[in-house]
Design a protein around this ligand. Structure first.
Ligand code: NAP
Length: 258
């Protein structure tokens, strides 16, 4: 089987697919034959860029807008998805859902405001919860759900306490859904990136910070978005049919030792 046939005929939705890790996941799934909905919240140009890149390599994708973290966000997302899919030649419905969109609040407990707390949970926890709830009727049996969490949920990281809590709640969603969706043959897993070179953390622009984060990995480098996308692609494919309810760190062994 060539890589082009791995996921052929399937449809995926990648939240936050326009940039960073999500963009790499979109590209990777598209190379494998998936029709990809490239979701974005604010930056249409980035989403269009990702779609164009995919099309230039012979893949199929479309941009999908919905700002997450607002009341009704999941309904808005699925309405846009249904509307666009109506105009495609593919079957309606979904095979692969990647809950990737996320924000960080880089503050310790003393400085987190109520608004910060509500926002990080609204985008990182509440949005995926209702996207799954409203998406399940559209999902075909045998489907795949991958939640993008963070390696930070398994280590103490006081500087991003609210972010870590929001992602830890998402980890629980994986466990619970995996149990519930087993009878439909749908697998649900978490991929937990470590320090990855994207725009989510502005401090990564500082060379000393980059260096410090790179040293956390046993390979002494930052993760690339494609390092995460390869793991997600495996979990989204048939070869991972026996893997569900798992939390898989894609962190280059970050913080394995001291
Ligand atoms: P990124 O480069 O900042 O990209 C974030 C993506 O999420 C963008 O597509 C963005 O689209 C979308 N997004 C953010 N807020 C949104 C909102 N309110 N509504 C709709 N879309 C929204 O981040 P990344 O590093 O790729 O992160 C991807 C995931 O990996 C996140 O869940 C993050 O927590 C997790 N993660 C990242 C790292 C890391 O070191 N990079 C480490 C651990 C975990 P718009 O800009 O258009 O809104």
């Amino acid at each position: 089987m060539t890589s082009h046939e791995l996921h052929a005929g399937r449809t995926a939705l990648v939240t936050g697919g326009s940039r960073g890790i999500g963009r790499a996941i979109c590209r990777r799934l598209a190379v494998e034959g998936v029709l990809v909905a490239v979701h974005y919240g604010h930056d249409r140009a980035a989403a269009d860029h990702t779609v164009k890149e995919i099309e230039n390599h012979g893949g199929r994708a479309f941009a999908l807008h919905a700002e997450l973290g607002l009341p009704g966000d999941a309904d808005q997302l699925w309405a846009a998805f249904d509307h666009i899919l109506d105009g495609q030649t593919s079957e309606p419905g979904l095979d692969i859902l990647i809950n990737n969109a996320g924000i960080t609040i880089p503050r310790g407990i003393a400085d987190v405001t109520e608004a910060d707390y509500d926002r990080v949970f609204a985008v990182n926890t509440k949005a995926p919860f209702f996207i799954v709830q409203r998406g399940l009727p559209r999902m075909r049996d045998g489907g795949r759900i991958v939640n993008i969490s963070s390696a930070a949920t398994h280590i103490a990281y006081p500087q991003i306490v609210a972010y870590g809590m929001a992602k830890a709640a998402l980890d629980y969603l994986t466990l619970s859904l995996a149990q519930e969706l087993g009878p439909r043959g749908i697998t649900v897993n978490t991929v937990a990136p470590g320090y990855t070179a994207t725009e989510i953390n502005p401090k990564l622009a500082v060379p000393e910070v980059r260096q410090k984060y790179a040293q956390a990995s046993v390979f002494h480098r930052l993760g690339a978005p494609s390092d995460i996308a390869d793991v997600v692609s495996f979990l989204a494919g048939d070869q991972a049919r026996w893997v569900t309810g798992q939390w898989i760190a894609a962190s280059g062994g970050a913080h394995l030792g001291r």
